[in-house]
Design a protein around this ligand. Structure first.
Ligand SMILES: [Zn+2]
Length: 162
């Protein structure tokens, strides 16, 4: 049996109160506790999934690669890059940066989806609601990044896609 509030396993307790959140239960009244013992991830599993998340999230940052390319081109050109005039592929010395940034950006979009799935897996197996909520917030971040890129197709993106 598990706690109705936080999902903590209540088997074998002396006191009929959840040690995690303090909710009382009656072992002889099945309406006061949940039926199935939920499997929660171990600390080690959460740690490894957390690392995987940060790795994927770092790749997902590539959605902002066009901005990096733009900033670099600005420095090299000595003026703000102008769409159609300063073709990112043919800027002296850094033409290859555009290919790199393009590859990173294309890779970043599917990876952002993956990076969001990992914290959701952790959230579904989290020990308590607060920890689950924190992982849901982290799951949202990569998707917010992609949405930002799509929402603000400004001067930088026009120049980059040139
Ligand atoms: Zn509880």
């Amino acid at each position: 049996m598990i706690c109705l509030s936080c999902g903590y396993t209540l088997d074998g307790l002396q006191v009929h109160r959840c040690p995690e959140c303090g909710r009382a239960f009656d072992p002889f009244n099945s309406r006061t506790f949940g039926p199935i013992a939920r499997r929660t991830l171990s600390e080690t599993e959460v740690r490894w999934l957390g690392r995987l998340y940060w790795m994927l999230a770092a790749i997902a940052l590539g959605v902002f690669a066009p901005y990096l390319n733009y900033a670099l081109a600005w420095v090299v050109l000595g003026h703000q890059p102008i769409p159609s005039a300063d073709d990112p592929k043919f800027i002296r010395g850094i033409g290859w940066v555009r290919d790199l940034c393009m590859g990173w950006m294309i890779l970043a979009v599917p990876v952002a989806v993956l990076a969001s799935a990992v914290p959701l897996v952790i959230a579904m197996n989290a020990k308590n609601k607060r920890s689950a909520l924190w992982w849901v917030v982290q799951a949202a971040l990569p998707l917010v990044g992609v949405a930002t890129l799509i929402a603000f197709r400004g001067r930088v993106m026009v120049w980059f896609a040139d």
